[in-house]
Design a binder for this molecule. Structure first.
Ligand code: ZN
Length: 116
């Protein structure tokens, strides 16, 4: 699927990288709130500096996967989604402030710097 994808951000290894990135963020040690940060560069490598990009990639991959593989990945992502929701805070001004605020994982408070 990754090899066949025409999406610039979906390439061989991208799903694994996105999953690791998303997991590392959502399951960071501690209990304090976490704030996603913007990536300084929009290339396919640096974009992962923004954890929300990792979730974008997973979203795209989930759309393109065949049913059985999709279901397996969907379960893993759902667990991380729950953790992500717990560790981030809602942004009441997401419509004004966040890019692609139609995506729920982009309706969370962000900061210049990642971490608590
Ligand atoms: Zn770059």
């Amino acid at each position: 699927m990754e090899r066949l994808s025409t999406d610039y951000y979906v390439y061989p290894g991208a799903t694994d990288r996105a999953l690791r990135r998303y997991r590392a963020f959502a399951q960071s040690p501690g209990r304090r709130p976490l704030y996603p940060q913007d990536a300084e560069c929009s290339c396919r490598g640096c974009s992962f500096d923004d954890v929300r990009h990792a979730r974008d990639v997973l979203d795209e991959v989930l759309r393109q996967l065949p049913a059985r593989a999709r279901e397996e990945l969907r379960r893993r992502v759902a667990r991380l989604d729950a953790a992500y929701l717990q560790r981030t805070l809602p942004d009441p001004f997401a419509d004004r402030r966040q890019w692609r605020s139609d995506l729920w994982w982009r309706r969370r408070l962000a900061d210049g710097r990642e971490g608590p």
